[in-house]
Design a protein around this ligand. Structure first.
Ligand code: NAD
Length: 494
């Protein structure tokens, strides 16, 4: 069926909600490097969950089953903490340079097996293979390399103080960057001398479990890293376990608030990396073609499943029409579809519930009177897909300007003065990131101090580096990951 154009305010329903084209990616069985069934990784060994329960992990690319994942209950989580606690005694006393060697070895093994990790990440999570290959896996390895270098230099984190590990750290991660979030959490924890119990998200556990096999190859002592899988109850068991000295959580603001509330008064250290609704601010003196690329990358990278996504475009009124026209042209060239195709720009939405959430918020934008723009692309009819979407004529009170959509949907607002841009950018409960596009260095410096955002990019967007601390203000959480600040959050100073 030929694709229809989204020219009116109310586009054809099929265009909004999928399945225009009779394209059916050939169903494939999972590759040999994804096991048919995964148990829990506790004390260096694969362990059957006490309940003997597993759940299916499907690929959002085509809804095919990839593997069965173990469901960890309270006693399994307890076994993981007991193992981590026992391992802490010797791991924390290991000569720091030796800890560094383990991290270095892990980084090298990740590089050696980069291809299989990239494919597993794309099949399990739905992100384009070019992103898994060129971003997620190399960046995960880079975090282990970076922290390998820190392991024997911890005294330089706080000269004159004794830098000590915390003990066992419980870590819970989301589904948008499964391997990378694991690296952000495990690498600094181990470099500082802690041991770990980590729970990946239930829709994307496979690369964390494959990572366990890297730990075995690296001969990491048993119990130093334990990986337990499951959903919300398993996560709750990880964060409330009495042996946890610190909880590091990345996920939604709602769950982050529950964790903060639950742990209040427990004495556990807590870092929270939560949601965002970042403003990407474009001034009329910006290099427009570069800015347009920055806007596209800022919102469509990883299907917009990015906590720091530039999901609100604030564009100066005098250039708003020009920028919208350029964005509409660029939208047409974005390839949306099978994430295993190396030319795909926007892959599959991670899960059916996430797709439903995106659809509901997009519908609210239409109902609230914003103008929707989508390119006439056809979407695969199996799997979870959503067409890249722009909304113009958005006002601050609309849900699409306030709530985190966590999908390939950009809300476009305008401003006249830098003051108005700052006010609109800060007018959200979140405070994770922002972008500024302008020719004036002085404006960048001034605005960077006024924006309530943990990360501010200037004339670029979504640039990450292990040396650079990442984290938020307000309802985006607290604590940092990456850089010296991130490592300090895994230590105590005596
Ligand atoms: P989520 O909060 O639903 O789940 C995150 C993780 O927490 C999953 O592993 C889940 O199983 C677990 N979990 C759920 N309920 C729990 C509970 N009561 N106790 C303990 N663990 C629990 O979030 P999500 O939908 O997986 O991830 C998307 C969210 O994560 C978005 O809001 C996004 O902005 C945020 N995120 C933030 C960052 C950041 O660095 N700030 C990075 C990535 C994602």
């Amino acid at each position: 069926m030929p694709a229809k154009k989204a020219t009116s305010r109310q586009p054809a329903r099929e265009l909004l909600f999928g399945n225009l084209w009779e394209y059916d990616p050939a169903p494939e069985s999972a590759p040999a490097f994804i096991d048919a069934k995964y148990n829990l990784f506790i004390n260096g060994k694969w362990t059957t969950p006490k309940s003997r329960k597993h759940f299916d992990s499907i690929s959002p690319r085509n809804e095919e089953k990839l593997s069965e994942i173990a469901h960890a209950g309270l006693s399994d989580v307890d076994a993981a903490y007991q193992a981590a606690s026992k391992a802490f005694t010797s791991w924390s006393k290991l000569p720091p340079a030796d800890r560094g060697k383990y991290l270095f070895r892990i980084a090298r093994l990740l590089q050696d097996r980069a291809r299989e990790f990239a494919v597993a990440e794309t099949l399990d999570g739905g992100k384009p293979i070019k992103e898994s290959r060129d971003f997620d896996v190399p960046m995960a390895a880079a975090h282990f390399f970076y922290h390998a270098g820190w392991a024997d230099k911890l005294p330089y984190l706080a000269p004159g103080r004794r830098v000590e590990p915390l003990g066992v750290v419980g870590q819970v991660i989301p589904w948008n960057f499964p391997l990378l979030m694991l690296a952000w959490k495990i690498a600094p924890a181990l470099a500082a001398g802690n041991t770990v119990v980590l729970k990946p998200a239930e829709t994307t556990s496979i690369t964390a479990l494959k990572f366990a096999s890297i730990l075995q190859e690296a001969d990491l002592p048993p119990g130093v890293v334990n990986i337990v899988t499951g959903a919300r109850e398993t996560g709750a068991a990880v964060v409330t376990h009495p042996l946890a000295a610190k909880i590091a959580f990345t996920g939604s603001t709602a769950v982050g608030k529950w964790i903060q509330h639950t742990l209040a008064g427990s004495g556990k250290k807590l870092t929270l990396e939560l949601g965002g609704k970042a403003a990407n601010i474009i001034f009329d003196d910006a290099p427009l073609d570069q800015a347009v690329e920055g806007i596209i990358n800022g919102i469509f990278f990883n299907q917009g499943h990015v906590c720091c996504a530039g999901s609100r475009l604030l564009v100066q009124e005098s250039i708003a029409e020009t920028v919208l026209a350029k964005l509409k042209v660029r939208l047409k060239s974005l390839r949306t579809g099978d994430p295993m195709d190396k030319n795909t720009d926007v892959g599959a939405i991670n899960s059916k519930p996430q797709l439903d959430k995106i659809r509901a918020l997009v519908q609210s934008g239409i109902d609230d009177g914003a103008e929707i723009h989508q390119a006439p692309w056809s979407l695969p009819n199996k799997g979870f897909y959503f067409a890249p979407t722009l909304f113009s004529g958005v006002t601050m009170s609309q849900r699409i300007a306030q709530e985190e959509i966590f999908g390939p949907v950009l809300s476009i607002l305008t401003f006249r003065t830098p003051e108005e841009a700052v006010e609109k950018a800060n007018n959200t409960p979140y405070g994770l990131s922002a972008g500024i596009w302008t020719d004036k260095g002085s404006r960048i410096l001034k605005m960077a101090t006024e924006l309530k955002a943990g990360v501010v990019w200037a004339n670029t967007y979504n640039k990450f580096d292990p040396t650079s601390p990442f984290g938020g203000f307000k309802e985006s959480g607290f604590g940092r990951e990456g850089g010296k600040q991130g490592l300090l959050d895994y230590t105590t100073l005596a």
